[in-house]
Ligand binder design. Structure first.
Ligand SMILES: Nc1ncnc2c1ncn2[C@@H]1O[C@H](COP(=O)(O)OP(=O)(O)OP(=O)(O)O)[C@@H](O)[C@H]1O
Ligand SMILES: [Mg+2]
Length: 360
């Protein structure tokens, strides 16, 4: 799997432009506000159906225009294929795969997977437990339809139970919800534990490499629920013991929606103790670990999208990461062309100025 070319019509500051991608690293460079992130945004749109910057699709249309039309050519199973997204103001986004119109935008999920790392990704290290749960859940949803199903089901159960708890009095219906909450919750916790332990091994290796052996990372899945294999019984016990407390508070207090994934660096919680550069390295290591995990489970290599993050790393860290990703496909943006050893033939360069490719 690999992306070959993108065409952007009336998308953000692009009128009609094409960008070709290398099979390895494409470095998109140019001054601020020229349209580098806009290309990353379009690629992300093709892999998730959503922008990472806005929920309002109208913002993606070039000012003064009424529609956008973007096309991605990619290779899969030795065939050149295409995906097109068309959007007209006030209408819904339309998706075409190999010129065939698809019913739902979600039909694009899994076709061209990507992993995005941008300055905002630091929130997975510094942010609230919810941010880390989201990262873990997105990975699991991409590799398991059953997990997606369970997660949707679980969130409905919590919502329904909360409606009852809000009344702040006992209702036998609460016991019924507890039973299904424990069942679905136990499945979710088991899957998350499995993923966290696999990501830990990968991140350990990557961080030790980045830091030349000085930074040891470990991940901890923190939950009030008991050991592996005991999740269902343990969750049932906790819910039974704390029934009064939950009614008093009027809200669900126990279950995987309250869990935390702690990232420890040299045994200290990275959320509070890391330098900026360490947090950045950790976030990058997490993203690469996620990429490896998706690759192993789905047998498709996601495209790595790195928006404006390499320049924040010191030269050693940058070189290590370069070696790690140079055989994968990555699209990297920067204001600085000299990020990497220029002589390397694995990097192709694209200069952007004011929404056009500068052909040199
Ligand atoms: N809908 C739109 N129509 C036209 N231009 C737009 C639209 N949305 C954003 N822009 C323009 O696109 C430019 C920003 O592009 P982008 O975010 O890709 O910049 P960048 O090259 O990544 O810059 P930086 O180096 O600062 O991150 C801005 O000049 C902005 O005004
Ligand atoms: Mg940018």
């Amino acid at each position: 799997m690999g992306i070959k070319r993108i065409r952007l019509k009336n998308f953000r500051n692009y009128i009609d432009e094409e960008i070709n991608f290398s099979d390895n690293i494409t470095l998109i460079y140019g001054e601020n506000a020229q349209g580098k992130t806009n290309i990353i945004e379009a690629l992300y749109l093709f892999s998730t159906g959503k922008s990472h910057r806005t929920g309002n699709t109208n913002e993606l249309i070039r000012y003064g225009e009424t529609f956008f039309d973007i096309l991605l050519e990619f290779e899969d199973n030795n065939y050149l294929q295409s995906m097109e997204i068309k959007y007209e103001k006030g209408d819904r986004k339309k998706l075409f795969i190999n010129d065939v119109k698809k019913e739902k935008m979600s039909d694009l999920l899994g076709v061209v997977p990507s992993v995005l790392f941008s300055p905002e990704s630091l929130s997975c290290i510094k942010g609230s437990p919810g941010e880390r749960r989201k990262v873990i859940d997105i990975v699991l949803c991409q590799i398991s339809k059953k997990y997606l199903f369970n997660l949707q089901k679980y969130s409905k159960i919590v919502k329904n139970k909360n409606v009852l708890l809000k009344k702040k009095q006992y209702n036998s219906q609460i016991d019924v919800w507890n039973e299904s909450l424990a069942k679905t919750g136990a499945d979710i916790i088991r899957e998350r534990r499995r993923l966290v332990s696999s990501l830990e091994k990968r991140m350990k290796r990557i961080m030790l490499g980045i830091s030349e052996g000085t930074e040891d990372v470990s991940l901890r899945y923190r939950t009030s629920i008991g050991e592996d294999g005991e999740e269902y019984r343990s969750l049932m016990d906790i819910l039974a013991k704390n029934k009064e407390k939950e009614i008093e508070h009027g809200i669900c207090l126990y279950g995987p929606h309250r869990d935390e994934i702690e990232i420890l660096l040299n045994s200290k919680n990275s959320r509070y103790y890391c330098s900026q550069g360490q947090q950045r390295s950790l976030a990058l290591a997490l993203n690469i670990a996620v990429m490896e995990e998706i690759e192993e489970k789905t047998r498709k290599t996601p495209v790595l999208l790195l928006d404006d993050v390499m320049s924040e790393l010191d030269e050693n860290r940058r070189n290590y990461l370069y070696d790690l990703i140079k055989d994968k496909q990555a699209v990297i943006t920067s204001t600085d062309k000299t990020q990497f050893r220029i002589s390397d033939d694995k990097v192709s360069y694209v200069k952007i100025r004011n929404g056009t490719v500068v052909r040199i």
